[in-house]
Design a protein around this ligand. Structure first.
Ligand code: MG
Length: 404
């Protein structure tokens, strides 16, 4: 079998509600107009094609995939790891992989696994050593008790509270009280640059009494020494790793013992094999894996299900429940959450395909957030948004609500 073409399908996510959406059922989520999905389709001379998804910076990754395509044409898609290393070596001249290189490698590698599965008539999980489980536990996001109730009604047993702008421990406590002790509760601080390491420790100490499954990105993810200080000072499990690619990116989190949970993003971690290798590295340190979803689309979600079926240390899969209403239309079949779990696909390959005519309805417009003078992200002088990634901490006392 030979690869004959690599196609990319880039789309804008969000936008106007579709006619069939029930009012209030979906939360949209176009992330300020910045949300794109990039799907890859690899064709072969035997009529089999594979699909994959790249996340990180999709509009730029599309160019990276096109750049890499000549290296794939004419190759036998069976030799996934060799092709992966061929692409990796070809990018060395660009410096480190970054999220763009990681995303490009990921979508291509995912599609190669899909081809292999279809060619052999086996689901990908069966080619990875068989499965531990036929369904994967998922967790959702809640910013109030009403949203938590919607997740509980679907059988969710894991709920995450994300701090957006304000660290609100009263909110965490109210949701903990509301959902009761049998539902897992997680907190994502999103590595806020306006918090000091001491702030992150103070927040973590407050979380100790709230029975938290993990405290995610308490400090900026680049600051591993700060994460180590939080680790030593706080008696709460920690999670991190959503922004890194490849085993070399996740390595220090694991080998320095900085976290209890690694969170590789299935669209940019480097691919299915890289995720499995990360899981094996984590297994050696009794660390579990809970893949990041973020703004990810539905093809990567299928890939995550295959990986998580095959590893002993799968914790939970993040899921954007009540996402944009077009989500299920761009793929087939549409996945469902039943009793807080997603079924591991049994069809050959990844068990999912993209619906091209639906994707083409949403041409990509932009992939960075719009900055409006009024929305609090305007870089206005004298505010907490003046320098978003290295804050001067003007509003720290207002935003850090640790006195419950
Ligand atoms: Mg996160």
């Amino acid at each position: 079998m030979k690869i004959t073409a690599v196609e990319t399908y880039l789309m804008q996510v969000g936008g106007p509600a579709k006619g069939n959406a029930s009012a209030g059922q979906y939360e949209g989520g176009n992330f300020g107009g910045s949300r794109n999905w990039l799907f890859v389709r690899i064709l072969t001379d035997e009529g089999i094609h594979g699909v994959g998804e790249c996340s990180g910076w999709p509009r730029v990754i599309e160019t990276a995939v096109k750049d890499l395509t000549p290296l794939l044409i004419g190759e036998d898609p069976a030799h996934i790891d060799r092709l992966w290393h061929k692409l990796l070596a070809s990018m060395m001249g660009h410096g480190m992989l970054g999220t763009v290189g990681g995303g490009a490698l990921t979508g291509i590698e995912m599609a190669l696994w899909d081809i292999k599965g279809k060619a052999l008539g086996q689901p990908v999980w069966n080619l990875l050593g068989g499965r531990f489980r036929d369904r994967v536990r998922v967790y959702g996001h809640a910013h109030d008790t009403a949203k938590a109730d919607r997740l509980l009604a679907l059988g969710y047993t894991g709920i995450k509270v994300g701090f957006t702008g304000t660290v609100d421990l009263d909110l965490v406590a109210s949701i903990r009280d509301h959902i009761g002790p049998k539902v897992d509760l997680m907190v994502d601080a999103h590595g806020p640059s306006w918090m000091t390491t001491q702030d992150a420790i103070a927040v973590g100490r407050e979380l100790e009494s709230l029975d938290i499954l993990f405290y995610e990105d308490p400090v900026a993810p680049e600051d591993l020494d700060a994460l180590a200080r939080v680790r030593d000072a706080v008696n709460v499990p920690l999670a991190a790793g959503e922004r890194v690619s490849t085993i070399w990116g996740i390595q220090p989190y694991i080998e320095r013992g900085l976290v209890d949970v690694i969170q590789p993003d299935t669209g940019r971690a480097g691919g299915i094999t890289q995720m499995r290798k990360m899981a094996a590295m984590a297994e050696g340190h009794y660390i579990t894996l809970a893949p990041h979803s973020g703004s990810l689309g539905p093809v990567a979600e299928f890939a995550a299900l295959h990986v998580m079926a095959t590893i002993p240390n799968a914790l939970m899969l993040e899921r954007l429940e009540f996402d944009w209403e077009g989500r299920d239309d761009v793929i087939t079949p549409a996945p469902r959450v039943v009793d807080g779990h997603m079924k591991v696909p049994d069809a050959p390959g990844l068990g999912v395909d993209i619906v091209i005519e639906e994707i083409l309805k949403y041409p990509s417009r932009r992939n960075v957030r719009e900055i409006s003078p009024d929305d609090g992200t305007s870089y206005a002088l004298g505010t907490a948004h003046e320098v978003p990634y290295f804050q001067t901490r003007f509003e720290r006392r207002q935003k850090l609500r640790i006195h419950r």
